[in-house]
Design a binder for this molecule. Structure first.
Ligand code: ADP
Ligand code: MG
Length: 529
């Protein structure tokens, strides 16, 4: 009998089912938790007002910087806005060393970030960097610096923050494996600016941005059509979303300054902590085992079932169980005739399967992307996990389980998207009957996992109040480099409000987006759907 038909394997795959009824129940609960979060603090969904009430109009000019602390990587970019809605983006990226994620002091992490900014300036903006250093050496006091030589920078910081001003916000809690208690309650902009100043860099942080808000802005800027995006969502290391809410529905007090004339407020949901009490979220033995391994057990329960940091680990937990189960001969040399590779099939002791967090979600993408028997790509991937000579059947089982885990994740992602689409009322507004409801997404999971968006749409079609027709109007598009570009756009708006009295009016934005990864290799990319 094929291993795929083994009833124990089928049972495991089955445990990751998340039915249409489950999806509908969860959407209702999500809507309830959203409303609760708009009323008061300390609820499951934080629903954080961002004080962003407008978007720029595409005529802005200038050179801005943006940095993005995501969870896995730190990106530094500069964005040249051409004044005609197009821009050039130069960026560099470095992986955050694991030891810094749990450093003793916040200063260690932020000093590392400032050093990356210095390296970027030296490499990509040598003239400004050197001129600034020269000026510093000749100027008698720091006040002697000319302001125009200073870069305005947007800081994308993708952890829950209580925002108290456009460039001020205190860390509420760490997520995604970070744990530096020293930083909690501190202003993350002040922490980074202090380290930037220690290196005498010509950089001033003018905006603190959540990656979801950046994605929403960038998508509004580049999406075709008359209306901006309603939601910016991240499916990367973690998951979260920010959406455009009616100001009148924000019942809890707003403490910061904001422009109320638009009648809108961008809300950062912090949906990673949706349903921590598990009233509608699924909970398999492997979800429970994973939760125990994290520094924040019982928290971010939705994120732990959805995002890139966790899906590989759910897979590893399942595999650990299977390897202990005598009823499932996975990766075992039980029948050498069925093993078309001649050597012994076994999991070596050195395999990352035996290391917490040893399996990256990338491996699940490889599994989903290999559809060609006898699954040579996936078997190569398994070899790289120190599994000796996996058979076609072994690979089939790995693939079936991986797909079940990610399919559940995509259907759970659809829950948040559906609830927010329903909350905005766009599908039932007769004035918008022919308009698409635009959603910007960013993050490696949604960008690279095969058909992740298709699986989201499949679940959206099953939601009461959306259905086939509604799903057709929902347009989900990747906001490439969204968090970097969005942060620069917000830095610009913040700077403009700071210097001139001119309030940024809401206007519709359409543009051609030009990006370059490296100036030596300039390429113009025209983004459209
Ligand atoms: P960040 O969250 O730091 O902004 P990303 O959006 O790149 O960074 O997300 C990184 C996460 O995405 C990691 O958890 C990683 O496991 C996962 N990931 C990276 N590449 C892939 C891929 N090809 N398929 C699925 N997941 C991926
Ligand atoms: Mg990111």
């Amino acid at each position: 009998m094929s291993l795929l038909l083994n009833p124990h394997v089928k049972d495991i795959v089955h445990q990751f089912d998340y039915t249409d009824t489950d999806v509908n129940n969860a959407v209702k609960e999500f809507l309830r938790q959203m409303a609760e979060g708009l009323e008061r603090d300390g609820t499951s969904l934080s629903q954080i007002p961002t004080y962003v009430t407008a978007v720029p109009n595409g005529t802005e000019k200038g050179l801005y910087m943006a940095v993005d602390l995501g969870g896995t990587n730190f990106r530094v970019c500069s964005i040249k806005l051409n004044g005609d809605g197009s821009f050039y983006l130069t960026s560099s990226k470095v992986e955050i060393p694991k030891e810094l994620m749990v450093a003793k002091t916040a200063q260690e992490l932020f000093a590392f970030l400032a050093r990356q900014i210095a390296l970027f300036l030296e490499k990509h903006h040598t003239d400004r960097f050197e001129a600034h250093v020269r000026r510093r050496m000749t100027a008698s006091s720091p006040l002697g610096f000319r302001d125009e030589s200073v870069f305005r920078m947007g800081f994308t910081f993708s952890f829950p923050v209580r925002q108290v001003g456009v460039n001020r916000g205190t860390l509420i809690r760490w997520t995604k494996g970070f744990d530096i208690p020293d930083a909690v309650g501190k202003d993350v902009c002040a922490l980074l600016q202090a380290e930037i100043d220690k290196l005498h860099l010509p950089v001033k942080i003018t905006a603190l941005v959540n990656d979801t808000v950046g994605t929403l802005m960038a998508r509004s800027y580049s999406a075709p059509g008359k209306h901006g995006a309603v939601l910016g969502a991240i499916f990367g290391t973690g998951t979260n979303g920010a959406y455009v809410e009616q100001l009148s529905k924000v019942k809890k007090p707003l403490v910061g300054d904001y422009d109320a004339s638009t009648g809108l407020m961008v809300i950062n949901t912090e949906w990673g902590s949706f349903d921590n009490e598990l009233s509608v979220l699924p909970n398999t033995p492997w979800d429970i085992a994973l939760d125990k391994l994290t520094p924040n057990p019982g928290l971010q329960m939705y994120e732990k079932r959805v995002s890139g940091m966790f899906l590989g680990e759910v897979m590893r937990q399942v595999l650990l169980d299977i390897l202990k189960n005598p009823n499932i001969p996975l990766f075992k040399d039980v029948d050498s005739r069925s093993n078309d590779w001649t050597s012994v099939t076994e999991v070596r002791e050195t395999s990352p399967i035996f290391q917490p967090w040893g399996i990256d979600t990338k491996s699940l993408s490889v599994a989903a992307g290999d559809n060609m028997p006898p699954l040579p790509l996936l078997r190569g991937e398994l070899e790289s996990l120190d599994i000796n000579s996996p058979s076609f059947e072994d690979a089939q089982v790995f693939k079936a389980i991986a797909e079940a885990i990610v399919r559940r994740a995509a259907r759970l992602s659809a829950v948040a998207i559906a609830a927010i689409v329903l909350q905005t009322g766009k599908l039932t507004d007769p004035d918008l009957a022919d308009e698409p409801v635009d959603i910007g997404v960013d993050g490696s999971l949604v960008e690279h996992y095969p058909c992740f968006t298709d699986m989201i749409y499949e679940a959206l079609r099953a939601v009461d109040g959306i259905g086939e027709e509604g799903a057709k109007r929902i347009r989900i598009g990747i906001a490439k480099d969204g968090s970097g570009v969005g942060a620069a756009l917000i830095a610009l708006v913040a700077g403009r409000m700071e210097t001139a009295n001119e309030a940024a009016g809401i206007s519709e934005l359409r543009s051609t987006v030009n990006t370059v990864d490296d100036p030596e290799n300039e390429r113009a990319v025209s983004e459209s759907d």
